[in-house]
Design a protein. Structure first.
Length: 111
């Protein structure tokens, strides 16, 4: 950072060409975790969305599916199939950004 300032870079250039590239893996991991948290959110959609069933969030829909067979004794194979389908977007994001996650893990502790 200081070397770039000595070379004549402005604070803006230092941020975009030095700081931001070094922080990119951490920012991408943070974005994936934020997406996963929003995707798996249960409480807020459970409180707000009452009908129609097609508008339910995935976790709330899985609960509805499980409870639709009476006393919570739902068809577990159907619920687990729905849970598997619900992890596909998070899995795709992980595969797309895997190199950044690995880069972040290898750069931790390196000075």
């Amino acid at each position: 950072e200081e070397a770039a300032m000595v070379e004549g870079a402005s604070r803006f250039q230092v941020f975009f060409f030095v700081v931001l590239p070094n922080a990119k893996p951490a920012l991408i991991v943070n974005a994936i975790m934020a997406f996963q948290g929003a995707w798996n959110d249960f409480f807020w959609p459970f409180v707000l969305i009452t009908s129609p069933p097609s508008a339910l969030a995935v976790p709330v829909g899985l609960l509805s599916l499980r409870q639709s067979y009476g006393a919570g004794q739902g068809d577990w194979s159907l619920v687990l199939a729905g849970a598997f389908i619900s992890i596909i977007p998070v899995l795709v994001m992980f595969i797309m950004f895997q190199r950044y996650i690995v880069q972040n893990q290898t750069s931790v502790g390196v000075k």
